[in-house]
Design a protein around this ligand. Structure first.
Ligand code: ZN
Length: 442
């Protein structure tokens, strides 16, 4: 174990060790940037995660971890709390990759899971990117590319914390489990499957790109597909038909009103009381009709619905459906139309933590060691996989990741300096949370 004494800066890591960690991570800069580029160049959109997971499995093997590469077993998670109805038909050949470290000389400290997702969202419009979205571009302090920030730099930072300690001749004196999961962006079944396989620890950290803030709360998220069947007709008399696309617009207008209702200050969760607009409904996909001169017979839209921590997903589903049914009853445009719902993907409940919890305090101390500043806490309007451990495994879980920009946008980027700092903060955290044992350098 390493001596601990709280310095005036609020850093509880031994000063000499703290300096060594910072240097050891900095010395891995080229290694880290190369690894990040390699991961960005792997086009790991939904269904194609295997190419990135092969890199992660090799990496974990090189780190001396016991590597467990396994496909999500739907039977093991179906019906469990937090399960998301899968978007794709099959999990075959799209593994989660987990690497486990066990201390050589027995467990002294507390165990830790460092989680990150390998999947990325599609590039939106590749033609608008300055380079190909899946061809990493490096400038002085930035790496550009889809997934660079969200969240391949986080996966690199997780590894960096461990290899830098190993470079110094240390290893965590408690189990540390590295998870590279699939499907964070579409439902979270990757992390849920890790939990179902028995991977637990005393805390979970996910380096999502939240600008080196510490996540203290996150919103719930549900994907709802509304399907309308109307009646086709020749446009010479549009009144003879029921326009399914017009119907969707009408439904969406009422859902927008519901969104504002949920944003009212008096009904907010306290973690979001000062937020500008925490509940966001996003009409993310829409399709319908088959001919410009025919009143469209069928149409569907997929909406991402946000909701506060504490709200139950079944209750949210009921409220959204009730809103749509009210529109169907009220609007002459929908008279005679058939409205149904489909659920695939996110069914994520929100959660809010306590900033005085040991995990968050430990991360704050590690942040101070590296930056000499106070960390900010973030109540996020998005979801992350931290919810599974926080809500369903009674395990403290949070996020602390690098500074990045244009997440899900064009020319997504991450700061290299910030990625290195996250690696340094995580290494400090490991030193204090897990303790350290002497080992051979990698
Ligand atoms: Zn992410």
């Amino acid at each position: 174990m390493v001596d601990k004494k709280q310095s005036a800066s609020g850093c509880s890591t031994d000063k000499g060790l703290s300096r060594d960690i910072v240097k050891a991570v900095d010395a891995r800069r080229n290694w880290a940037v190369e690894l990040l580029c390699c991961l960005v160049n792997a086009e790991t959109t939904l269904g194609k995660e295997a190419v990135g997971q092969a890199i992660m499995a090799d990496l974990m093997d090189g780190m001396g971890l016991v590597v467990d590469s396994f496909d999500v077993d739907v039977a093991s998670i179906d019906g469990q709390r937090g399960f998301a109805p899968p978007v794709l038909d099959s999990y075959a050949g799209r593994p989660n990759v987990v690497g486990s470290h066990q201390p050589q000389f027995g467990t002294i400290g507390r165990s830790l899971i460092l989680n990150g997702h390998i999947d990325v969202v599609p590039p939106a419009d590749a033609a608008l990117w300055m380079t190909q979205p899946f061809q990493a571009k490096v400038t002085k302090d930035k790496v550009f590319g889809r997934g660079a920030a969200d969240m391949k730099a986080g996966l690199v930072a997780n590894a960096l914390s461990f290899v830098a300690l190993r470079d110094l001749g240390y290893a965590p004196a408690a189990p540390v489990i590295f998870q590279s999961v699939i499907e964070e962006e579409s439902g979270g079944n990757g992390t849920l499957a890790c939990m179902a396989r028995g991977y637990t620890a005393d805390a979970v950290i996910i380096p999502e790109p939240f600008g080196q803030t510490i996540l203290s709360a996150q919103m719930g998220v549900m994907w709802v597909t509304v399907i309308v069947k109307g009646r086709p007709a020749h446009v010479l008399d549009t009144s003879a038909g029921i326009n399914a696309i017009d119907a969707l617009f009408e439904i969406m207008q009422d859902l927008r009103a519901l969104e504002e209702e949920w944003n009212r200050p008096e009904v907010r969760h306290p973690a979001y009381k000062d937020h500008r607009h925490p509940v966001n409904f996003n009409l993310g996909r829409i399709e319908g009709g088959d001919w410009p001169s025919t009143v469209p017979c069928s149409a569907w839209m997929c909406i991402r619905v946000g909701y506060f921590p504490g709200a139950d997903s079944a209750a949210v589903q009921e409220e959204v459906e009730a809103c749509v049914r009210r529109t169907a009853r009220r609007s002459p445009r929908l008279a005679g139309a058939e409205v149904t719902f489909r659920y695939a993907g996110h069914r994520a409940e929100g959660h809010a933590g306590d900033t005085s919890a040991p995990l968050l305090q430990g991360l704050a101390a590690a942040h101070r060691c590296v930056t000499a500043g106070e960390p900010a806490y973030l109540a996020s309007t998005a979801t992350t996989d931290s919810r599974f451990y926080a809500l369903y495994a009674e395990t403290p879980a949070t996020c602390y990741g690098p500074i990045g920009g244009e997440l899900h946008g064009i020319d997504e980027w991450v700061s290299v300096q910030s990625m290195l700092q996250v690696g340094q903060v995580l290494a400090h955290f490991i030193a204090d949370w897990c303790g350290l044992e002497r080992t051979k350098p990698l």
